[in-house]
Design a binder for this molecule. Structure first.
Ligand code: FES
Ligand SMILES: [Fe+2]
Length: 383
């Protein structure tokens, strides 16, 4: 079998775990709008700590409902601003009352005689809210165009969720583009019911203006899905009780070895059917809350105490299967030890695009200006 061995952990352009503000991967990710929080979790006039991309921030929602992201700490004596008080669109530190507007300007120091100095201003970041998520831009200069998806602006039901995972965002991205693992990791899952497990697909990948078009050909279907550079997957996914739905999933690093998957589905149901669907989702969540927690099962599977195949069906079975596959990857993750084959074409392309962009970034640019067509649709492509 043909193999390629081109990667080295010594090459900084392949250190995809270096996601902090000084790391190449971190600087690259910061040049795109990134989802950072689920909208419904942030109440009006409330603040919360936010850890994302290896850094700490404060997120809050002003009295007019607009969300804001600013620095984690007050510059006075470095108290967390997330325990502060939201006043209008500003936040006041809980400790001695310094107040910062949503652009980070220090506008009040109650115990001082002089007006606040701009030296006490804090960092603030452009913030947008869309399809149930709060996005922020942490990069230099003006943010790029905000990504929009017209299917999500139609009459479908938009469902937003998040999942914290104890493995790296890049391992998850590679797993997302790897359809061969359906036949093994998920051989006992919902994929069986929609013909995604019967045969190993023939895979191809093309670079596009937005990232990668992935094509998986099986005799019963051709499946198209997309990687939106740098860290978003756009595909159709299936649930027994729902059918196919558009699925956006941003894999955003929290730290080098953990990430949050921010997921937004567009469900094409209305009226009584939609009510029934929501009831099913709520029932599954209630059932899951009574079962052994996901993290405990993952730990047992990785320690050899049990096998994920021992589990009966549960709503998070596919996630558990992926978690075991991801948790079992050798650490530290050295991609130089991988032997990529022809069926890894999509993984090879993902690494190649990232490597090319990180190399350009290290050399001072220019980077490719990725654009997402508004009408981009993933398809399950059943012929
Ligand atoms: S620590 Fe914030 S005002 Fe003193
Ligand atoms: Fe998977």
């Amino acid at each position: 079998m043909q193999t390629t061995r081109t990667d080295s952990i010594a090459d900084p352009t392949l250190d995809f775990a270096d996601i902090g503000p000084d790391g190449l991967a971190g600087q690259f990710l910061r040049r795109f709008w990134q989802p950072v929080y689920v909208s419904r979790k942030l109440r009006t006039k409330r603040a919360a700590p936010l850890r994302i991309l290896g850094e700490d921030f404060t997120i809050y929602r002003g009295e007019d409902g607009a969300p804001h992201v600013v620095a984690a700490y007050c510059p006075h004596r470095n108290t967390r601003l997330s325990v502060g008080l939201v006043e209008g669109d500003a936040i006041r530190c809980f400790y001695h009352g310094w107040k910062f507007d949503h652009l980070g300007a220090c506008i009040d120091q109650p115990a001082e005689r002089n007006s606040p100095s701009s030296k006490m201003d804090i960092a603030a970041y452009p913030t947008r809210e869309y399809i149930g998520l709060i996005f922020a831009y942490f990069g230099p200069g003006d943010p790029p165009d905000f990504p929009k998806f017209d299917i999500y602006e139609g009459d479908g039901y938009v469902e937003t969720d998040e999942s914290f995972r104890r493995w790296s965002f890049f391992d998850q991205l590679e797993n997302s583009v790897d359809e061969v693992h359906f036949n093994f990791v998920h051989r006992r899952s919902k994929f069986t019911d929609v013909g995604l497990n019967d045969e190993i697909p023939e895979l191809s990948a093309e670079e596009t203006e937005y990232g990668i078009l992935r094509i998986g050909k099986r005799s019963n279907r051709i499946r198209h899905s997309h990687i939106l550079m740098p860290n978003c997957m756009y595909s159709m996914i299936f649930e027994h009780f729902r059918g196919w739905a558009e699925h956006l999933a941003w894999r955003v690093p929290v730290d080098a070895n953990s990430h949050v998957s921010f997921m937004v589905d567009c469900v094409h149901k209305q009226g009584a059917e939609l009510d029934e669907y929501k009831q099913t989702v709520a029932r599954h969540a209630e059932e899951l809350s009574r079962l052994e927690p996901t993290d405990s099962i993952i730990e047992k599977c990785l320690s050899g105490e049990m096998h994920v195949d021992d589990l009966d069906w549960r709503a998070d079975l596919v996630l558990l299967q992926d978690a075991v596959a991801m948790g079992a990857l050798r650490t530290p993750r050295d991609r130089a030890l991988d032997h990529l084959t022809t069926s890894d074409r999509q993984v090879v392309m993902l690494r190649r695009l990232w490597r090319r962009e990180l190399t350009a970034l290290a050399a001072g640019g220019p980077l490719k200006a990725w654009t997402i067509p508004l009408s981009l649709v993933p398809t399950s492509g059943t012929p």
